[in-house]
Design a protein around this ligand. Structure first.
Ligand code: ATR
Length: 295
């Protein structure tokens, strides 16, 4: 029997997830069907329960429902717990399992497709909203030596760091280790405003929504020029504002978040089906699809 999955969100019509999962299913020979589920803004739980009761096996959750999905899930993975948000639901016999594959998707895209190992690196993340919280744990787990979170509203970055450090498992904050991947979390994480960024970053990740309005971020060119890679968590058929800003500033390499989208989807597919699809051909196909649409 064909197993049913979907992406639930509002809006959801633009989502590329059905196209990605259809390709994964064909490639792996899995008998699944993957659609779109538009939930009313005040009707997330009802929509999910109706989908589950009709035989649905799992859902991807997108904006604005990731926090509600977290609250609704009966069980959560440690990475969902750290993110405080759920983007993947699997309906098990003993209740709904909530996971978060966003950060793993980012790390995998950077390390595997772009070839930049994160161990020992100094990372700057711009923004302090849900997108940032979702990727902090996986960046640290991948071994980033330092992660600086810079936000327009500095207090929000500082609060995010405090909250993350407070809620981290005890062993991750064990004192006595030298600076680096094994050091106390408090020494590896820093929150600040755009005016307190400093320098010396290997990687700069944009997790703000500034690009949606085409806005430039008030970051010194030298910060971007000194990084090996600038990564925009958002993607677009055309060059994103942050990719354009980074390249103009002299950063040798900049890319958008299409690869992250494909990788988080692959990780969800693994959670549901126990099989990890190959992502490179799907990324290439999607990039070509986007380019064709842009004309
Ligand atoms: P998400 O869950 O997608 O991260 P969010 O919680 O609304 O969304 O967070 C949006 C992030 O983008 C915030 O860090 C926000 O900065 P503030 O906390 O100061 O609001 C940031 N952001 C949005 N528009 C921005 C802009 N024009 N310039 C800089 N940062 C911006």
């Amino acid at each position: 029997m064909t197993d049913r999955y979907a992406v639930v969100g509002n809006p959801v019509a633009h989502s590329r997830s059905p196209s990605i999962h259809a390709r994964f299913a064909r490639q792996t020979g899995q008998d699944i069907e993957y659609g779109r589920l538009l939930a009313p803004l005040d009707g997330f739980v009802e929509a999910v329960e109706r989908f589950r009761d009709a035989g649905g096996r799992g859902l991807n959750v997108t904006l604005p429902f990731k926090l509600e999905a977290f609250a609704w899930a009966a069980r959560r993975s440690p990475r969902a717990q750290a993110a405080g948000a759920v983007n993947t639901l699997r309906f098990d016999a003993d209740g709904a399992f909530g996971d978060n594959t966003d950060g793993a998707g980012l790390v995998r895209d950077i390390e595997a497709r772009l070839g930049l190992p994160l161990a020992g690196r100094s990372v700057l993340v711009l923004g302090a909203g849900g997108a940032t919280r979702g990727v902090l744990g996986p960046l640290l787990e991948a071994g980033a030596a330092r992660v600086t979170i810079a936000n327009r509203t500095a207090a929000r970055a500082v609060a995010l760091v405090d909250q993350f450090v407070m809620s981290a498992p005890a062993q991750a904050t064990a004192a006595g280790a030298p600076p680096g991947p094994g050091a106390p979390l408090r020494e590896r994480l820093r929150g600040c405003g755009f005016d307190g960024i400093g320098g010396g970053f290997d990687l700069v990740v944009n997790a703000t929504s500034a690009g949606l309005a085409g806005e430039r971020l008030p970051i010194d060119d030298a910060v971007l020029a000194g990084a090996a890679l600038a990564y925009d968590m958002f993607y677009s058929a055309r060059e994103t504002a942050f990719v354009a800003q980074s390249l103009a500033a002299g950063c040798p390499r900049a890319c958008d978040g299409l690869g992250m989208l494909v990788e988080q989807a692959a990780e969800s597919f693994l959670v549901w089906r126990g099989v990890r699809p190959l992502t490179a051909p799907v990324y290439e196909a999607l990039r070509a699809e986007l380019a064709a649409e842009a004309g």
